[in-house]
Structures are given as C-alpha cells and as structure tokens.
Ligand binder design. Structure first.
Ligand code: BTN
Length: 254
C-alpha cells in the first residue's frame, strides 16, 4: 500500500491480515497520539461494524476495510460533514480506478444499480471546545463475487458491476488522494460550500421525489441537493423547503 501513496493521508499505514474492526484499532491508535492521516487497513475483520450497530460483512481476500485518523481543527458540530467528504472521496476513487459511475446516496452510502458498494462509519472523540480526533471508517465491496443471502439483495461489488477485478492497494491510494484534496477544501472553507456542486452531481436522489423517514414520521418531497452544512434540502408540495439533518433518518427513492 505504502508504495502507492502519494500524499499525506496514508503516509503512516498499519496493516493487519485480520482484526476485530479497523475503527476500533484506529480509535486506540488515536488515543495513543497517532498523527492525523494515519491509516489502518485490514484484509478482513472479525467484528466489522456498520451504522446502527449492524454487522458489516468483512471476509478476507476481496474487499477494502480501512479507517483514517483525522484531527480537524473544527467544532464538534461540524464533524458530520466529514462523512460527506469521505463519500465524495470514495466516489472519486472508484471512478478513477474503474471508470464506474456510481452514485452517492445521501449522506454517505455509495450505490450502483440500487445496491450498496460502500459504507462509511465516522466516529469522533470530542469535548465542547473541540475535536480530539475523528475516525473515518470505510468499507468498499471490491472483488466480492457472492454475498451472504441476508444482504445479497442490497449489496454489490465493483467486480459484479464492472466484470473486472480491481487492485485494492491502487483503489486505497486513489481514495486517499481524493480524500486529502476534498478535506483541504472543506477545512479551508470551514464548511462544504466549495463541494456542494460536485456532491450534488454525484447524488442519486438529486431532483427526484424522496420519502424521508425520521422520528417525527414520514414525508415526501423533491430532493434539491445539499447545502453548505451537508443538510439535504427537500422541497415539499407546499413549496416549503425542509432541511433534513443526517442521523437517524432514512431516505428512500420513490
Ligand atoms: C454502514 O453501515 O454503511 C457503514 C459501514 C462501515 C464499514 C467500515 S469497514 C472499515 C471500518 N471498520 C468497521 O468496523 N466499520 C468500518
């Protein structure tokens, strides 16, 4: 991996053949003072985790499981925007390595043909005044040919979509390079304002009717795109524009 790395992200890489979860390991390293840009990669995970406590299928030999440690000088409330930055980076890395035009499903899934190619789990340690660290955990289904039955209707891989095997180390390097570029843009602006148009152009739901499910119930409207805070703007039939905050919401296409 190191030989493919061109920038600051991933200059320090810790590689494992197997590990419980690269996020758990990256959090431990961050607690011990690891520098921003340190990357943990594993060939497989014994206890890979997704959002909402779900399991993340993590077999050996086929996929990418990695966690990047970041120490952004931003307020804790802005950290969720980093997940959108990570999604942009994966989207870009996939395009560069395979030519595949995947889509971002707001806020941070990468999908192709309605199935998930990549998931991102961002975790942070912070206090009121600032962030100690953020761990951006990225799982990409790369060369996997068969998924367990429970997830096979929802998951796909780069191989299944393109018919070509992908070199995982090159993909990691491309994602990191794009991540660094988008991250610097985000940090210099303090928000996503410089990335709105590129994000919206990759977003699957832009301009389409969506159904939003959150704690307050569900409602439908037209997804207009994101704003500088990474909120999804949804235009209701009444003309009112709702700002949907990522978190415990689910977005469905209609
Ligand atoms: C999701 O639910 O969509 C997020 C999935 C995140 C999976 C990645 S794989 C690398 C890192 N380690 C983990 O245990 N989870 C993340």
């Amino acid at each position: 991996i190191e030989s493919c790395i061109r920038g600051k992200f991933g200059r320090v890489v810790e590689y494992h053949d197997a590990i419980d979860s690269t996020n758990i390991r990256a959090k431990r390293l961050a607690e011990e003072g690891a520098q921003s840009g340190t990357l943990v990669v594993s060939d497989c995970q014994i206890a890979g985790r997704g959002r909402r406590g779900k399991e993340w299928v993590s077999p050996s030999g086929t996929n990418v499981f990695m966690s990047l440690i970041l120490r952004p000088d931003i307020l804790p409330g802005s950290a969720s925007m980093l997940t959108l930055v990570a999604a942009l980076a994966v989207h870009e890395g996939i395009r560069q390595e395979t030519g595949l035009e995947a889509f971002i499903k707001w806020p941070n899934d990468i999908v192709a043909n309605g199935k998930k190619l990549c998931g991102i789990l961002t975790e942070m340690s912070a206090e009121l005044e600032g962030i100690h660290y953020v761990v951006a955990g990225i799982g990409i289904n790369v060369n996997m040919e068969v998924f367990p039955q429970e997830v096979s209707s929802m998951a796909t891989s780069l191989y299944l979509e393109t018919g070509k095997k992908v070199r995982r180390s090159s993909l990691i390097a491309s994602v990191l390079e794009a991540f660094e570029r988008y991250y610097e843009e985000f940090i210099s602006q303090g928000d996503l304002s410089g990335l709105i148009s590129v994000y919206n152009s990759c977003m699957i739901n832009a301009g389409k009717e969506v159904k939003i499910l959150d704690h307050a119930g569900d409602y439908t409207g037209k997804a207009l795109g994101i704003n500088e805070k990474g909120e999804l703007l949804v235009e209701m039939q009444s003309g009112e524009v709702k700002h949907v905050i990522s978190g415990e919401v689910s977005v469905r296409g209609l």
